[in-house]
Design a protein around this ligand. Sequence first.
Ligand code: MG
Length: 247
Amino acid sequence: MIPIKNAKEIAKMRAVNAIVAAAHRHIQGYLSAGITAKEIDTIVEDFILSQGAKPNFKNLYRYPAATCISINDAVIHGIPKAVALKDGDIVSLDFGAVLDGWHGDAARTYAIGSVSNSAQRLIEVAKECFYQGLAEARAGRRVGDISYAVQAHAEKNGCSIVRSYSGHGIGRRLHEEPAIPNYGAKGQGALLKRGMTLAIEPMINLGGFEVKVDADGWTVRTQDGFLSAHYENTVLITDGEPEILSR
Ligand code: MG
């Protein structure tokens, strides 16, 4: 069953996702060459706590940090380490928060200093893929309509879609039904209804779609070593335009 949120619950989802969005804005001011992933993690965690919420990634499935920080060929689930960012890196920050029992989740990929044209384009295509998916996030359409739109845009732009990981419903738990794959066929999958809250999160690669997991058991990387980008928001299905809660 895909949970439907009532007006009161949606207000809680708005509140927690506003904190996640604010944390993304806050950390942007710190992102330059020299800062370590570990330092970024601490700044984000402190900010979320300062807003009265808690980081919801920490300890979930025994994940050891508040944020996932995935650099260059890392796709998702990068454990923040004492490694400094360098000029020309791209870094995906994925994190969420929980407030009053309700969850928020958002990811962005940022450029550090000046990056290659292909890296910059990859970041833009990931964001565009999210918005292509968002356009299908309407009552009466299906999960596969989102999946298809994301995949079509990525592939039209010469990028590939990570298949082993998906977006997800979100609410009382960080990960709820339905799974939202970033590839698929129109008209397939669960019917979207008003009051559903979904984390739509394209993960796209410059090279092939295949990924592998590091020895740390978490960090997912592209198998061919090419760059990867990630863009995610928590979205509310309404009667009309979807509402981005984590903006
Ligand atoms: Mg997510």
